[in-house]
Each structure stands twice: as structure tokens, then as C-alpha cells.
Design a protein around this ligand. Structure first.
Ligand SMILES: Nc1ncnc2c1ncn2[C@@H]1O[C@H](COP(=O)(O)OP(=O)(O)OP(=O)(O)O)[C@@H](O)[C@H]1O
Ligand SMILES: [Mg+2]
Length: 316
């Protein structure tokens, strides 16, 4: 069965997209035994630096074509050669999470937004999908970290995904622009029908839910959540939002460790000491893992169907 492919998207910067993807990826791989590929689609390269450490990342940043952007440079070896297997290592090079691989970003990914010109009949997002397609069968999950915009790199990730989660901060709930995000994704799906038809198993990505991050126990969330649920309900008519989309009950608390751990170049689940934050990421990873959008219905074929409505633990 090909990998579940999930993008973490929000226009808004600094809401926790990278923190969530790095830690959910680590929990899926380390705690839940899943084979995971994280594809860094953000030229800031925060996820790549976090998982590789700055020294290892500096080496690939100085080598053109050794990152995810390699697929947009003509005549290079397959981009799968740029995947770093078992990316999380200690100083002695020991693999700490054998199941977690990374296709890193470097600063050259900025060129996708400006300098890159589409080849004939091959728009950038189609090229991205085609270069990655062969990897989908080697993983349980392919997760895409996106920059805080809906420019080309994000569109690549969305076109290659079947599911989208939207991280946001509770104090910025009203600003997340979910309805704008929905209409932009809807438009993108409509603009790409021709390319979708060239991919036999293609299913356009649907928003599965909103993940509240950096939640302070004292925050008053009720009013904002009501407003957000209304937006989600309205957005269902676009088919860009899955039937079961909701604000997930699996929130991530505000914790100093979330920021501190970045400098150790380890995900939270490998950090020392106990913290409720570890549980939050693990609960979130478990929830995502237990609620696939599609399931096999016909043995021996690749046909899948949408799951019946799941019952998410409600955010309170
Ligand atoms: N649960 C949390 N508690 C406290 N701080 C957090 C939490 N989650 C993330 N942060 C901090 O918030 C900042 C932004 O997080 P992060 O980089 O994950 O956001 P992002 O959405 O990926 O940002 P960008 O849009 O720039 O890519 C970082 O300094 C991070 O350490
Ligand atoms: Mg980020």
C-alpha cells in the first residue's frame, strides 16, 4: 500500500508547522514503528537543520542539487539519491531513529519561486510528484513541511499529498484564514485537473483538521473554537475539507522544551526527562495514525475509499 501523504499547511508563520511535523514524524517512526519520509519544502530549512544538525546541513547546503531542489535541476541523478536515511544521529554517527528518513531542503529551494521555468507540459508541481512518486511505495508516511505561504513549494507539497493538517495557535485562531486557505486549495485543485488525470491513482488533498499548538492552559478558547468550527462546516461544501474534519482534541501545550530541544538537534521524544509535551506529540501521532482518510476495500487492488466519519476527541 502506498504511503499516506500529509502536508502541514498554514499561511501564518511561526504557528508550529515545523515543530509538529518533526515531532509527529519522530513519534510515528520511533514509537509507532512506521517507516517515515519527511520532505522539507521550506527553503528556511528548519526541519532539515533540526534533524541533521547545523554542521551536516551546512555541507549539503554548499553542494548544488543535493536537496529536494535537485529534481528541478536538469540532468541530475534521481532525487531519491538525496534522501538521507535514518537522519537522526548522535555525535558518533549512531542512528537514533532508523525508520525516519529526510529529503532535505537547502536555501537553493528559493530558486523554485523565482528562477525556475516550467518545462513543456510539465508544471513544477507535476514534476515534483513524478520525481517523488517512486518513493511512495517505500514508506508508510510521507510528510511535507511547508513554508508560511501558498507559493510554488507549498503547491508541490499539496499536489503530492492526500491529506492536510492545519496547525495554528489558539490566540491567532481568528487569523488563520481557513476559509481563504480552503478557497485557494479548491482553486488549485481545479487548475490542475489536466495533470491529475495523468496520474491514475490521484486523489486531491483534503483538509483533515486543525491542530492547536502552543496551548496555554489558561487560554479561553471556546469562542474562537466555535467560530472555527463554523468555518470548517461551511468549508465542507468545497470537498477540500474531509467529512470528519474538526479541531483536534489532541492539542500541543505551550512548553519551553518545544523551543529548547531544537538546539539539541533531537525531536522531543528523544530528549532527556519527562514532559507532558512528549505525550502531546505522541497522542497527536497516534490520532493521525489511527484515522486514515482512505482504507483498502478491495483486496489485491489499489482501490480505496473514504473512511466513515471518525469521532475525534473534541477540543475543550
Ligand atoms: N508547543 C510549543 N510551546 C512553545 N513554543 C513552541 C511550541 N511549538 C513551537 N514553538 C516555538 O514557536 C516558534 C515557531 O515554531 P515553528 O518553527 O515550528 O513554526 P512554523 O509554523 O514552522 O514557522 P514558519 O512559518 O516560519 O515555518 C519556534 O521558536 C518554536 O520553538
Ligand atoms: Mg516551519
Amino acid at each position: 500500500m502506498p504511503a499516506r501523504r500529509i502536508s502541514f499547511v498554514n499561511f501564518k508563520g511561526g504557528v508550529g508547522k515545523t515543530s509538529i511535523i518533526v515531532n509527529v514524524a519522530a513519534c510515528l517512526a520511533y514509537d509507532l514503528g512506521q517507516k517515515v519520509l519527511l520532505v522539507d519544502c521550506d527553503a528556511q530549512s528548519n526541519a532539515s537543520i533540526w534533524l541533521m544538525g547545523i554542521e551536516r546541513w551546512n555541507v549539503i547546503n554548499s553542494m548544488p542539487g543535493k536537496s529536494v531542489y535537485g529534481m528541478f535541476i536538469p540532468n541530475l541523478p534521481p532525487v531519491s539519491n538525496n534522501i538521507i536515511p535514518s537522519v537522526v544521529r548522535n555525535e558518533r554517527g549512531m542512528h537514533l531513529i532508523p525508520n525516519l528518513d529526510l529529503l532535505p531542503a537547502t536555501y537553493e529551494l528559493m530558486d523554485l519561486e523565482e528562477e525556475y521555468r516550467d518545462g513543456q507540459g510539465e508544471p513544477f508541481f507535476y514534476r515534483f510528484h513524478e520525481h517523488l512518486r517512486s518513493t511512495f511505495n517505500h514508506y508508510d508516511y510521507v510528510l511535507f513541511d511547508c513554508p508560511p505561504n501558498l507559493f510554488r513549494a507549498s503547491k508541490c507539497a499539496i499536489f503530492a499529498s492526500e491529506e492536510i493538517y492545519v496547525p495554528c495557535n489558539p490566540d491567532k485562531l481568528s487569523e488563520i484564514g481557513l476559509s481563504l486557505l480552503v478557497s485557494k486549495i479548491d482553486r488549485f485543485h481545479k487548475q490542475t485537473v489536466l495533470q491529475q488525470q495523468q496520474i491514475p491513482t490521484f486523489r486531491p488533498a483534503k483538509i483533515r483538521g486543525v491542530i492547536l499548538n502552543d496551548v496555554d492552559g489558561r487560554a479561553q478558547l471556546e469562542g474562537m473554537q466555535r467560530y472555527l468550527r463554523l468555518t470548517i462546516a461551511k468549508a465542507r461544501q468545497h470537498h477540500v475539507v474531509s467529512e470528519d474534519a474538526d479541531i483536534l482534541g489532541q492539542q500541543v501545550r505551550k512548553a519551553i522544551l518545544a523551543a529548547k530541544v531544537v538546539g539539541s538537534f533531537l525531536p522531543v521524544n528523544l530528549s532527556n526527562g519527562s514532559s507532558g509535551l512528549k505525550d502531546d506529540y505522541l497522542n497527536l501521532a497516534r490520532f493521525i495514525h489511527n484515522t486514515p482518510l482512505y482504507k483498502e476495500v478491495e483486496h489485491g487492488t489499489d482501490r480505496k475509499t473514504e473512511q466513515p466519519r471518525r469521532t475525534a476527541k473534541r477540543a475543550s
